[in-house]
Design a protein around this ligand. Structure first.
Ligand code: AGP
Length: 609
């Protein structure tokens, strides 16, 4: 999705904006641009393509200045091109705007503005905003922006500057995220916190219907009617080092290797080996309310949906509560039925996914209990849920979710045990045993990572293939889906995840020497059934790789390749089976030379529908 960066302060603006855009690249984009005010004159540069191409066009330029805007565009209205890239200008060229979101009524507004004499040079919805601000501009940019916003329908996070009202950036939010950085004599606006971290850790998250007027000497906050707002800054726990590669070739590889620590951080303060209990007091949903829960509905998209599917097994098995898992993009349009004893859990790494946020808002109309499992503090979904269970994964830069997926499963495991304790469906001994097994997982992941070269060697054999089938059963069925998603989203190799029991109902027709299978086969309650799947595939000359317990000697005679993992409680095998599949996808993509951290067409956070 689009990325916005704005700065006002003493530093040299052009390299600062370029650096900020690079820290937004992971959001996904196809064009980029900057606008800088230098000695009262507006300088604009845009490219179709990557930021390094924008940098090349700026080489030799002697533009400096103290404030400006940058933007990475993920095309929605209008193909990727220089003229459709942001920032966009008004007729006079004195007002520029950058925008994230979609203006639903832009064609109506464009027609009206054209009839009033405005001339357009792009196919975008965003350009309409620049001309609306021009229409209402008298002497204060923020007043013109306020008037313009009242005519917009749709989602937007915008920032604007004008040479007619100098040394000021006006930002506004209704939908996609916008966060203000409060530095020492410098102030920033951004779509997310990553570009801010090298300047400040003090931030203010704008909420829907709020504006920021950013000047050299400070920031004013107002609502869209101009009413002043008091919005104190908060200090982020994240630091600049967390968003650097630190020696890894790709952010994705670094984040795969961060998983042991991420799980330790997610468990910290929430599990007690002394008392054998899980403590989730932070979720601000009382044990009394949780005790009455008779149904859980988990809503998510993409990888977060796969984590939700895995969480269902844990909550059903441990807390004995019925669980439904729903795609947010579908659930939001359904005539769903919820009652007061339903707990709705919304899983989102970014906390800004448009469909997931929309589903949460639809659900809240019926007033059920809502719990967000998010990785970004103060994200829209976190703020709009009754309770929040944060995944302490730190910033995830790679578009493909890895460490945040494991952290989401960890959060769901904690929630399942917490619910089970409250509902007394497990006793203290069972609870202690579960917690002991859980706290051993990070070290077991380290053991798998120490043998990553096994997976890398195997990956070389499968780079030439065009298709892959992933099979899992029971609690590893979601991991088959997730493994397939990882492979396809970063290597562009087609892959399908399937429940092993479904093979006879169609997919087995796919099996031949060109369709290898990745089978997830830990020794659990469905192990024998997975062996049957393996036999059926072998009988049809299908190549099989198996992720299996290292002590499982039997499996080695039944498949072509084994990726060994340590054994663990059958409820927690997904934490271990996931890691080889993440590595497998990563190495195939890296060997293929794919853009691992920013796969084509994808965005880290899908903030538009
Ligand atoms: C996963 O690798 C993808 N990046 C994507 O499926 C992602 O999980 C999905 O867009 C949901 O994002 P969220 O967790 O931020 O809501």
């Amino acid at each position: 999705m689009c990325g916005i960066i704005g700065y006002i302060g003493p530093k040299n603006i052009v390299p600062l904006l370029i650096d900020g855009l690079k820290k937004l690249e992971y959001r996904g984009y196809d064009s980029a641009g900057i606008a800088v005010v230098d000695s009262g004159k507006l300088y604009l540069q845009r490219v179709k393509g990557k930021i390094n191409e924008l940098e090349s066009t700026l080489e030799g330029e002697t533009v400096s200045g103290q404030y400006g805007l940058g933007h990475t565009r993920w095309a929605t209205h209008g193909r990727p091109s220089e003229e459709n890239a942001h920032p966009h200008r008004d007729c006079t060229g004195s007002i520029v705007v950058v925008h994230n979101g979609i203006i639903e009524n832009y064609l109506t507004l464009k027609k009206m503005l054209r009839e009033e004499g405005h001339e357009f040079v792009s196919e975008t919805d965003t350009e309409v905003i620049a001309h609306l601000i021009e229409k209402y501009f008298e002497d204060k940019l923020e007043v013109a922006v306020q008037k313009a916003l009242k005519e917009l329908e749709g989602d937007f996070a915008i920032s604007a500057i004008s040479t007619k009202d100098k040394e000021k950036i006006v930002a506004a939010k209704s939908g996609p995220p916008a966060v203000v950085g409060i530095g020492e004599g410098e102030y920033l606006i951004s779509s997310d916190i990553n570009p801010l971290l090298s300047h400040t850790q003090d931030v203010v998250f704008l909420e829907d219907g709020e504006m920021a007027i950013i000047r050299k000497d400070g920031v004013e906050f107002r609502d869209f009617d101009g009413k002043p707002l008091d919005k104190p800054a908060e200090r982020l726990a994240w630091n600049p080092l967390m968003i650097e590669k630190r020696g890894y070739k790709h952010f994705m590889l670094k984040e795969i290797f961060e998983q042991p620590q991420v799980l330790r951080d997610t468990f910290e303060g929430r599990i007690s080996l002394d008392s054998g209990t899980v403590n989730l007091g932070e979720i601000e949903i009382s044990p009394t309310n949780l005790r009455e829960i008779s149904r859980v509905v988990i809503i998510a998209c993409g990888t977060s949906y796969h984590a939700a599917l895995m969480g269902r097994y844990l909550i059903e098995t441990l807390a004995r509560v019925s669980v439904d898992v729903e795609y947010a993009s579908e659930y939001r349009y359904r005539d769903f039925i919820l009652d007061q004893n339903s707990l709705v859990v919304v899983v989102s790494q970014s906390g800004e996914t448009a469909d997931t946020l929309a589903a949460l808002r639809a659900v809240k109309k019926g007033n059920p209990l809502t719990l967000a499992i998010c990785n970004v503090i103060n994200s829209s979904i976190a703020r709009e849920s009754l309770g929040v269970l944060s995944t302490h994964a730190g910033p995830e830069i790679g578009v493909a979710a890895t460490k945040t997926f494991s952290a989401q499963m960890a959060a769901l495991a904690l929630l399942a045990i917490h619910l089970a304790q409250i509902k007394k469906t497990i006793d203290s001994q069972e609870s202690l045993a579960l917690i002991q097994d859980l706290q051993r997982i990070p070290h077991k992941i380290e053991m798998i990572l120490n043998e990553a070269d096994i997976v890398e060697k195997l990956a070389w054999d499968f780079v030439p293939f065009s298709h892959f089938l992933y099979l899992g059963r029971w609690i590893n069925f979601p991991i088959a889906l997730e493994g397939a998603l990882k492979l396809k989203e970063i290597s562009y190799m087609h892959a399908e995840g399937y429940a092993g029991g479904e093979m006879k109902h169609g997919p087995i027709a796919l099996i031949d020497e060109k369709m290898p299978t990745m089978a997830i086969v830990p020794k659990d309650r469905v192990y024998d059934k997975m062996l049957s799947n393996i036999s059926e595939i072998k009988a049809r000359v299908g190549h099989i790789l198996a992720v299996a317990f290292q002590e499982d000697e039997d499996i080695r005679d039944r498949v072509d390749d084994v990726i060994p993992i340590p054994s663990t409680n059958q409820l927690f095998t997904p934490f271990l089976t996931t890691v080889p599949l993440q590595l497998f996808a990563y190495y195939i993509a890296a060997i293929r030379g794919a853009d691992v951290d920013q796969p084509r067409n994808l965005a880290k956070s899908v903030t538009v529908e």
